[in-house]
Design a protein around this ligand. Structure first.
Ligand code: ZN
Length: 394
């Protein structure tokens, strides 16, 4: 008896496949891989719905006890069709233990970038006092939470670093040498100038808020890609969207994409306030914005599956392959007029939307709250065991 069978899911290239999941892992995948196989639960998509590897949101804030940017992992994750969320530095060495304990209760997979400030984002200026950066405490926390802490986070903008200039970033690069983790750097208002920040980054480091419309944008006054960004990209520095409340400008993104500066990861920088009040709402909503800026659905899906899995060293995630984790997102690409708003209040009219239908996490099926009207899915359940998320039966 198999745990879960998904029949006739549609891949983004139009092919239909079946997937068999046992003990949380994909054990068979192929055009008719599930034909005739018995299972505890069977979801037949009848070729009407798309499936991809489970979506990974590489920049979120989901430490529920954070005083500033907080949310529940399952509300920004499973309930939005996202199977894995990565918290971007809400916690530092002092509160990572609590975050780890809290996150184990979530259905959604949760990982963390550890803030180089031992307090995490406790206030807006966590790096204004260099005494907040304690290398010993950080390295101990990384060791304690190997496999949960998958990177370091440093917010390098005027309001965060105060008078410290590049010093916190220089410290972060030194700390990184001891553990080899990717470093995610938030950019915002100068100082420091983006050029100075970019020149310090090396292969695998991540610039988040990469399409912000502030003075530290990646374009120069003439609208060309800044030379320091070209050099950084040539070295293998990564661009991450990190939409957030203030950090996605349609104009900057459209222009950068024209120059070939595509995002490597599409992430939301979501937390409770910008989830409920906008302009973020969900990872799917951010993906939809890029769809209507001209990126292909296939490329966008890579930016929330294989790219983050590779760049954040999550080898069991990001691809629909035998042996990988049984994390899958079921979704629609719906043709409908939709009004899209960026972080600067600019509006674009979209014609197509990513709509998540369900998240499968380690073989467990979780229906996305707002989208339970999917009519063309047959679900057979031979187990009496049921659970809910947001009051919706699984
Ligand atoms: Zn953030």
């Amino acid at each position: 008896m198999n745990d879960l069978i998904i029949k006739q899911g549609k891949l983004i290239n139009g092919d239909f496949i079946d997937i068999v999941i046992n003990d949380g892992r994909i054990t068979a995948i192929g055009p008719s891989a599930a034909t005739g196989l018995p299972s505890i639960k069977e979801i037949d998509l009848h070729g009407h719905y798309y499936i991809s590897a489970g979506w990974i949101d590489a920049h979120t804030h989901c430490y529920p006890h954070s005083p500033l940017y907080f949310d529940e992992p399952d509300l920004i994750g499973a309930a939005c069709g996202v199977t894995t969320v990565v918290d971007a530095g809400s916690t530092g060495a002092e509160d990572i233990d609590d975050f780890y304990a809290v996150s184990r209760k979530a259905k959604t997979n949760v990982y963390a970038f550890l803030n180089i400030s031992r307090t995490g984002i406790c206030c807006q200026n966590e790096l204004a006092d260099m005494a907040q950066i304690d290398n010993k405490q950080l390295q101990n926390a990384v060791r304690r939470h190997k496999g949960f802490v998958i990177g370091l986070k440093a917010r390098i903008s005027k309001s965060v670093i105060g008078e410290n200039g590049l010093q916190p970033l220089i410290q972060a690069k030194t700390m990184q040498e001891e553990n080899g983790l990717p470093l995610m750097v938030h950019i915002g208002n100068p100082p420091p100038k983006l050029e100075e920040i970019a020149d310090l980054l090396t292969k695998g480091d991540i610039i988040t808020h990469c399409f912000n419309g502030k003075p530290n944008r990646i374009l120069d006054d003439a609208g060309n890609l800044k030379l320091a960004i070209e050099r950084a990209l040539a070295r293998g520095v990564i661009l991450d969207v990190g939409h957030g409340t203030e950090s996605l400008s349609f104009t900057v993104a459209e222009q950068a994409i024209k120059f070939g500066a595509y995002p490597h990861m599409i992430s939301s920088d979501i937390y409770q306030r910008n989830r409920i009040d906008g302009p973020v709402h969900s990872l799917a909503s951010v993906m939809t914005k890029f769809l209507n800026m001209g990126l292909s659905a296939e490329y966008i899906l890579n930016c929330v599956t294989s790219h983050p899995a590779n760049l954040l060293h999550l080898p069991h995630k990001g691809r629909l392959e035998r042996g990988r984790d049984g994390d899958i997102t079921i979704f629609e690409l719906k043709k409908q007029r939709t009004e899209l708003v960026d972080a600067d209040g600019h509006i674009r009219i979209g014609t197509q939307q990513f709509i998540p239908i369900a998240a499968i996490i380690a073989g467990v099926h979780i229906v996305v709250a707002e989208n339970t009207t999917a009519e063309n899915i047959s679900i057979k359940n031979s187990s009496a065991k049921r659970s809910t998320i947001n009051g919706i039966p699984l």
